[in-house]
Design a protein around this ligand. Structure first.
Ligand code: ACO
Length: 319
């Protein structure tokens, strides 16, 4: 039987730092409000000439290097993003070209902040079915480009960045169990409704979020999917060494940890320095904890994320 296993991780953050104090000079907010409601202290903003594929390339190179895998060995590229370079081609095709490789399947998945979960689960299915042997999965965003910088309810929450993993075929798991979910009935509480039509942008091109409604939905959905994933895998809560959650709000993360009976020392939190980087946040957090030595080979790790759609998911793996 074939399984998939993470061979290496990588990430990239743009150099420009935007602190809460800097934001407080632009909109009516304060460091105290942002930290107490969200846990965020600062975030990174991509340079004007940096595109999502540029951030993805840096993270991909770091993951390939960490895995000891050449770009030419990759036979599947999936990019999770809400902020693609262009309407088409996909950011995955643009990344493939930047990596200097050609021919392997490359496509984007769009599940907003759950995008990396969707990409990872798709790549796992490719590998388990024998359709791929070494896959590159990247979550990359320039989410600050779709923010209304006059809207204090949203502009304080998000940042730019990219994270990547190389997933390879293995005789032993790796990814042990995964669950994805979506419910389009919640499309109106978190969206960016604009579309291109007749050569013009139609509709509002900025991120809209009903924060309290999203908060309420996210807390329950994440607790439920974590419980279901563990139950279906036959794994006890106590066996989870690390939770690597989507980084949207510290209070949501704490609530999930409490539900899993995990102390916060066992939860990877990058939110204070990075804000919500949407599809990039889970692989960014994973790479941070792998590189600083917290997450070790053989440990049990749960990844989970939720975003607009709504779309959400959890992956239980042996690192
Ligand atoms: N600074 C100061 N005051 C603010 C700010 C700000 N940045 N933003 C909002 N306020 C004000 C509001 O105007 C409101 O004032 P009012 O009562 O006078 O109208 C008050 O603060 C309370 O606003 P709420 O929106 O009720 O604040 P809440 O405590 O719910 O916190 C937050 C808002 C942080 C957004 C929270 O609801 C949240 O984290 N929601 C979930 C976000 C999330 O998980 N997203 C995940 C998915 S993201 C994705 O998929 C792209």
């Amino acid at each position: 039987m074939t399984f998939s296993r993470i061979l290496g991780t990588g990430s990239y953050l743009p150099s420009k730092v935007l602190t809460n104090a800097m934001l407080a000079e632009q909109v009516e907010t304060s460091d105290e409000w942002i930290v107490s409601r969200t846990g965020i202290r600062e975030r990174r903003v991509a340079a004007p000439d940096q595109k999502t594929s540029d951030l993805a390339l840096e993270a991909a190179r770091a993951a390939l290097d960490n895995a000891g895998v050449e770009a030419g060995e990759i036979d599947l590229i999936i990019v999770a993003t809400t902020t693609p370079d262009m309407v088409f081609p996909s950011t995955a095709c643009l990344l493939q070209e930047k990596l200097g490789v050609h021919g392997c399947p490359a496509f984007d998945v769009q599940a907003v902040c759950a995008g990396f979960m969707y990409g990872l689960v798709t790549a796992d299915a490719y590998i388990r079915s024998g359709m791929a042997k070494k896959a590159l999965i990247v979550g990359a965003e320039v989410l600050t480009r779709i923010l209304d910088w006059d809207d204090r309810r949203t502009c304080v929450l998000f940042g730019d960045g990219a994270g990547a993993v190389v997933l390879g075929a293995s005789d032993t798991p790796g990814i042990r169990h995964a669950k994805l979910a979506a419910d389009g009935r919640y499309k109106d509480i978190l969206n960016t409704p604009a579309q291109i039509s007749g050569g013009k942008i139609q509709g509002i091109p900025y991120l809209f979020m009903d924060g309290p409604a999203v908060f309420k939905f996210a807390v329950k959905a994440l607790a439920d999917i974590a419980t279901q994933t563990l139950a279906e895998a036959g794994v006890d809560k106590g066996e989870v060494d690390w939770l690597v959650p989507h980084q949207a709000n510290l209070r949501i993360i704490e609530s999930t940890a409490k539900h899993l009976k995990l102390p916060m020392e066992r939860v990877i939190v990058t939110l204070p320095e990075q804000g919500n980087t949407s599809a990039a946040s889970i692989p960014l957090a994973l790479d941070t904890a792998v590189r600083d030595g917290r997450i070790q080979r053989g440990q049990t790790v749960m990844l989970e994320g939720i975003g607009g759609g709504f779309a959400w998911g959890a992956v239980l793996l042996t690192f």
